[in-house]
Design a protein. Structure first.
Length: 98
């Protein structure tokens, strides 16, 4: 299940490689859950890759149904990053958080 790979990466302390909005990215997963609208989400810190906004590094909220090519890497995650707050308000239900 696509929902499991981000949790696996987060629990394992490694980065996740993925494609989002047609850009390849490497991210550190901080939280995985579901929005009030029922969308599966993940709060990540992007460490490299592209972005439609032009912000190639930094905090992102991603819908899991918009991601593809997810691969758990062996690159060590530096999570939790500074400014991370548990209990992400974008998520009605949190399934996993660092």
């Amino acid at each position: 299940m696509i929902h499991d790979l981000p949790i696996t990466a987060g629990r394992s302390g490694v980065c996740l490689s993925l494609t989002y909005n047609e850009y390849s990215r490497i991210v550190e997963v901080h939280a995985v859950g579901v929005s009030a609208a029922g969308n599966r989400l993940m709060r990540v810190f992007q460490v490299s890759g592209g972005s439609a906004s032009g912000e190639t590094v930094g905090w992102k909220l991603m819908r899991l149904d918009a991601t593809s090519n997810l691969v758990v890497t062996d690159q060590v995650s530096k999570a939790p990053r500074p400014l991370y707050k548990r209990g992400d308000r974008a998520m009605k239900r949190i399934d996993w958080q660092i």
